[in-house]
Design a protein. Structure first.
Lengths: 196, 196
DNA sequence: AGTTTTTATTTACGTTACGTATCGTAATTA
DNA sequence: TAATTACGATACGTAACGTAAATAAAAACT
């Protein structure tokens, strides 16, 4: 590594401006929705100049993802209990989170995003895949505890449990509700060798 | 019902203009990609006027979906064989189809589309859900033939098999390839009570 | 044949958002 | 105090949207 900060010369970037812009973006997202979240709107509402916004985020899509990440609820503390209980608790929480309008916004943001940007990767990991990772933890713990055998093809199993949530959210062919969450868990457990 | 076509008075809508516009849209989609498919571009390339285009499709997003449907490969004829063979054949075909760039375009179109328009519904059924419906057919046939028991929660099972394809396509966290297709079928069969 | 109706094409327009450039000012270091 | 860098304001050029107005063409009615 180099010596980090040799000497920052001129006026430092304003943390305040950055956070005012981000806060305005989150507000717009909540109050007016995805379609209204434009750089101009954020500039006007926050009082931060457009060039400053562009100095902080590469484009509108990245600002949107930043705002979405900002507006996420804190991750649910992991419940303790049987594999079935824990899993159902988590899936149910995801269904609840997706039930809001934010669900569609997330899908839209992901689809629109520039595939291989740093921001997109972060968004994907923290928003889309975080639930799936929690699920991985729950399952591997259950395996360690001897509740189930060590699953093979864990990635495929995880996809089969978590993808349908995203699928129903985006495609909307069938409801994304509690009964669905329960059925998903039941079937998922069967994949893990546990019949309930 | 009324008497259908009493007498269409003035100049009839030009089928030619419509299909020229659609063809141009498909071309642009193939050659330049989703982002370049704009009404202006289609008008210029096809020689069809913008108002005429708007008379045929409500907006740019609908034209895009129409073009995507137009450019779809003919549906694979259903192979005959065991449940496992038939299912694997079909899933593999979907993976192949999704592997092209068109895969991403489909996801983008769906995410961007106006949720409850006629066109969106058609697009969803013919592009996103058609594979899933073929799967339903394969499974119910196998059940009728006594190869498996009649599955309960068929909708959930279908989602668990078909959603992961879409998920990997859009999220891109893991490859959408043949090994994945095979693993998916194996796990799917287990859900259907068949172990191989 | 002439009138009416409807569409096609052309052209222009107003709107919105993007992303950038310019400018004078403010904040910080040397 | 000078140099440097970011700030806010403003204006700009570009692109695409979707609509309007005007003229020409194609068909049905009389």
């Amino acid at each position: 590594m180099s010596q980090g900060k040799p000497n920052p010369r001129g006026r430092p970037p304003s943390k305040a401006a950055r956070s005012r812009a981000l806060a305005a973006a989150v507000q717009i997202l909540m109050e007016e929705g995805f379609g209204r979240l434009t750089i101009d709107a954020v500039a006007i509402r926050s009082g931060v100049g457009k060039p400053t916004i562009y100095r902080n985020w590469a484009n509108a899509s990245e600002l949107t993802m930043a705002a979405l990440m900002e507006s996420l609820p804190a991750t649910t503390p992991q419940a303790t209990g049987s594999l079935a209980e824990t899993l159902e608790h988590q899936i149910t929480a995801i269904v609840t989170a997706f039930a809001t309008t934010r669900g569609r916004q997330i899908g839209l943001a992901l689809a629109t995003a520039d595939r291989d940007s740093e921001m997109t990767r972060a968004f994907r990991n923290r928003v889309i895949l975080s639930g799936r990772e929690v699920g991985r933890g729950i399952i591997t713990e259950a395996a360690k505890a001897g509740e189930i055998a060590a699953p093979e093809d864990i990635e495929v199993v995880l996809d089969m449990i978590y993808a349908p949530l995203f699928y129903r959210l985006l495609v909307g062919h069938l409801p994304l509700d509690q009964p669905f969450a329960r059925a998903l868990v039941t079937k998922g457990l069967r994949l893990l060798g546990q019949v309930r």
